[in-house]
Ligand binder design. Sequence first.
Ligand code: PPS
Ligand code: MG
Ligand code: MG
Ligand code: MG
Length: 330
Amino acid sequence: MSKFEHFSAQMAIDAVRKAALLCAHVRANLTADGALAKNDKSPVTIADYGSQAVILHLLQAATPDIPVVAEEDADALRADDNAALRAQVFAEVRRILPQLGNPEILAAIDRGNHTGGPAGRFWTLDPIDGTKGFLRNDQYAIALALVEDGQPVMGVLGCPELPCGHEATAKTGCLLAACRGEGAWLYPLDAGEAAPVKVSSTADTALACFCESVESGHSRHDWSATVAEKLGITRPSVRMDSQCKYASIARGDADIYLRLPTRPGYEEKIWDHAAGCLVVEEAGGTVTDIRGKPLDFSAGRTLRHNSGVVATNGRWHDQVIAAIQAATPA
Ligand SMILES: Nc1ncnc2c1ncn2[C@@H]1O[C@H](COP(=O)(O)OS(=O)(=O)O)[C@@H](OP(=O)(O)O)[C@H]1O
Ligand SMILES: [Mg+2]
Ligand SMILES: [Mg+2]
Ligand SMILES: [Mg+2]
C-alpha cells in the first residue's frame, strides 16, 4: 500500500468514527422535528447533515486538493423555515468539533458537490446510508470511499448498530475497511484491533442466505423471491437497511445481496455502493449489476451504466446472474 493510501485510510477511519459518535447521539435524542423530506420525498435528518459536516471538514483539512461527491447539500438548511433544524445541526457538530463556526459547518456540507468522473481522485460519502433505517431505530451505515481513475481504492463502512461478532458478548458497532489489494478488515467501531474478514465458503446455492433492502421501493422483493426459488433457496431473505448488507456479505454472515431495480431509469448513486463494493471484493466476493457487468464508478455521481446490484461470495455469481435473467422481464 502506498504511503498516501495508508495515511488516507487511517484518516478516513478516524473521520467515520467521529461521525458515528454524532449519529449515535442524535439517534438517542431524535424527535420528529429532527428530520426533513427532500425534493424526492426521501428523508434527511440532523445526523445526515452533521455526519457530512464532520467528515467533509476533516477531509478538507487532510486532503484539501481531493474533491468530494457526497449525498447532501446545505440548501435546505440555509432556508429561514429550517432555522431550528439548522441550530440543532450546529450544536451536534460542535459536540464533535468544538472549534467549528456556523459558516464553516455549512461550507463543509457544501463541499460534496463534485461531479465525479473517470480521471483522478475523489472521495465519495454517504453520511448516513439507510436514513429510513436510522429513523426506524434499525441498521444504518456511514460510507466513505476514495475513488481513483474510476475505481474505488479505499473504503470504510461504519455500522453503528451491527454487532462486532457472533458471540453473545460481542459489542454493538463495527467498522469495515479495505484498500485495493490489501484485503478487508473488521474493527470495533469505537477503538481496537482489526481482524481480517473473508466472505463465506457456502458451496451450494440452495444453502445460501440472501439479503435485500427493507424498503420494497428500493428493490423488487417479488422478483428476488423468484430468483431465490430458482437457486433452490428455501430460507426467507434477511431484510436489512443500508450498506450493512455489503458488510454482511464481506463477513460471511450472508452469501447473496440482491438489489433488483424497482423502476426503469433509476440510477443508483455511487455513494450507496463504492465503499461496500470494495469491502466485499477485498473480502473475496464478487459485485456486479444484475446483468453481470462490473459497477462503473467513472460515469459521474450515479452508476448510470449499470442496473441494480448483485453481491455474492463469488463462488457461483454467474449462476445467480443467470437466475435473475430467467426471473425478471428483459
Ligand atoms: N428507487 C430506488 N431504488 C434503489 N435505491 C433507492 C431508490 N430510492 C432511494 N434509494 C437509495 O436507497 C438507499 C438505501 O437503500 P437500502 O436498500 O440500502 O436501505 S433500505 O432497506 O431500503 O432502507 C438510499 O440511501 P440513503 O438516502 O442514504 O438512505 C437511497 O439512495
Ligand atoms: Mg444511501
Ligand atoms: Mg444517505
Ligand atoms: Mg438519502
